[in-house]
Design a protein around this ligand. Structure first.
Ligand SMILES: [Zn+2]
Length: 83
């Protein structure tokens, strides 16, 4: 099992957890569940291993079939404030 260095922001302990990642690749967003990521137990900062990031990119590029689709809402903050 990979051992993480202490968090570079708060010196907290970083532990591997399976988390949901909202991953952008160019203009495409894909939500990937159960990704093993180092998460700081104090501030929540996430640490991604390089090979996992590459896999997330491949998933976002559509090389791996999605398990389901989900609907998301997109808002424009400036437009809301101008109204
Ligand atoms: Zn931290």
């Amino acid at each position: 099992m990979m051992k993480y260095d202490p968090c570079e922001y708060c010196d907290g302990q970083v532990k591997k957890q399976n988390v949901r990642v909202d991953h952008w690749w160019k203009s495409k967003l894909v939500v990937i569940e159960n990704v093993p990521v180092g998460v700081c137990s104090r501030c929540g900062e996430r640490y991604y291993e390089a090979d996992i990031l590459r896999r997330l990119d491949r998933i976002a590029q559509g090389e791996v079939a999605s398990v389901r689709q989900m609907k998301i809402s997109v808002a424009d903050y400036r437009r809301i404030m101008a109204a």
